[in-house]
Design a protein around this ligand. Structure first.
Ligand code: DP6
Length: 360
């Protein structure tokens, strides 16, 4: 498909008003997206686990305006409170998608959004937030277009979400989601995320993700700035090749349930992401001392037990602990006894792999 395939044929905005509501999950990348081209096109392909409990719930009530407005007309409540500071991001999103969602200036929207994870936990809410909003807009479009095939509905929702935040396109459908053109992955595209198209061993279908909240404050450098720094990064080209190769490696690892190799790819990806930040100009460090303390503890735990606990990181200090469901008991004991001490206010979130967004 090409971008223009997402421009709908003209349709009448014949709904006076209505309301839709969706919940969309967060996701955690195994192979990281870091670096992008114009129009939210990723520099390399990536793959992620969809989460289950960490979600954004968004409702959009819409009312037809007497005539189309010059400015986008909307108000926004986040966790019950009006948030003017969130509005510019929505305006940027609407500008990027208005070519594909033609009714945006013809309605007033009341957007009401909240997260199931604690606010300012340092967990990126842009992925789940943009995914939920994109799904709401698609749902409104569906009410005005006579027929939208379900497969196209989800593809376009992922396409729109990507224009809001790249990783959001992986928060729509599926438990493992791949995004970005890759010559050895069938159906892969830069335009939207696809459910991972190859066999995945049962062990990964109930994988656990415990998120240790090491630092709950605002990140010092946004992802957008980080992506930009890859343009002039001395190691960028090698990094993009490495991500491509890691996706090839993962194919047999996921099919066979090879946990030792899974750990190697996932931890190497996390450390490479942060190595890119540390070696860009300007350079920056998003890990905190406790991030490293946790990593060392995990490695020690693996050396002394037969467990398969590993870590991954987002663009922040928090640590995602990934492990198979059948090792949950020992790992949870270890988390409580050894790792909670490194979390801000002892806070952590127990999540697991989930299955994508849902209409409410
Ligand atoms: C480190 O999707 O937040 O989480 O497209 O600028 O909104 P924008 O970036 P964003 O980048 C996320 C990067 C990452 C890795 C990943 O999720 O693949």
């Amino acid at each position: 498909m090409i971008e223009d395939d997402f421009i709908p044929l003209p349709y009448r905005f014949d709904k006076e008003q209505g309301r839709v509501q969706w919940k969309a999950p967060s996701n955690i990348a195994l192979v990281k997206y870091w670096g992008k081209k114009q129009n939210q096109i990723p520099a390399n392909s990536s793959v992620s686990f969809t989460l289950d409990k960490c979600r954004t719930i968004t409702s959009v009530a819409f009312t037809k305006l007497d005539k189309p407005n010059k400015e986008f007309s909307f108000d926004l409540l986040f966790e019950g409170k009006s948030r003017e500071d969130f509005k510019p991001k929505i305006v940027t999103f609407f500008k990027r998608i208005e070519k594909y969602i033609p009714f945006l200036r013809s309605y007033h929207f009341s957007i009401n959004t909240s997260n199931t994870f604690p606010h300012s936990s340092g967990i990126a809410s842009s992925a789940s937030g943009m995914a939920a909003l994109a799904l709401c807009l698609m749902d409104i479009e569906k009410q005005m277009v006579s027929e939208i095939d379900p497969d196209f509905f989800y593809k376009k929702a992922s396409f729109l979400a990507r224009l809001g935040s790249g990783s959001a396109c992986r928060s729509i459908k599926g438990n493992l989601v791949q995004w970005g053109e890759h010559n050895e992955i069938i159906g892969s595209t830069n335009l939207y995320g696809i459910p991972y198209p190859y066999p995945v061993d049962e062990v990964f279908k109930s994988y656990q993700d415990t998120i240790l909240l090491v630092h709950k404050g605002q990140k010092s450098v946004s992802s957008t700035v980080g992506h930009d720094l890859m343009h002039s990064h001395p190691f960028a080209q090698n990094r993009f090749v490495q991500a491509h190769d890691n996706l090839i490696r993962l194919r047999s690892i996921l099919a066979e349930g090879n946990l030792d190799d899974f750990i190697e790819v996932v931890e190497s990806e996390a450390l490479t992401l942060h190595a890119m930040m540390m070696t860009s100009i300007p350079y920056f460090i998003l890990m905190k001392p406790n991030t490293l303390n946790i990593i060392e503890k995990i490695w020690e735990f693996r050396r002394t037990t037969q467990n398969h606990l590993c870590f991954t990181l987002d663009a922040g200090a928090n640590v995602h602990l990934l492990y198979p469901n059948n090792e949950k008991k020992e790992v949870n004991k270890f988390i409580k006894e050894e790792l909670i001490a490194y979390c801000e206010n002892g806070q952590y979130i127990c999540d697991r792999i989930g299955f994508g967004a849902k209409k409410m």
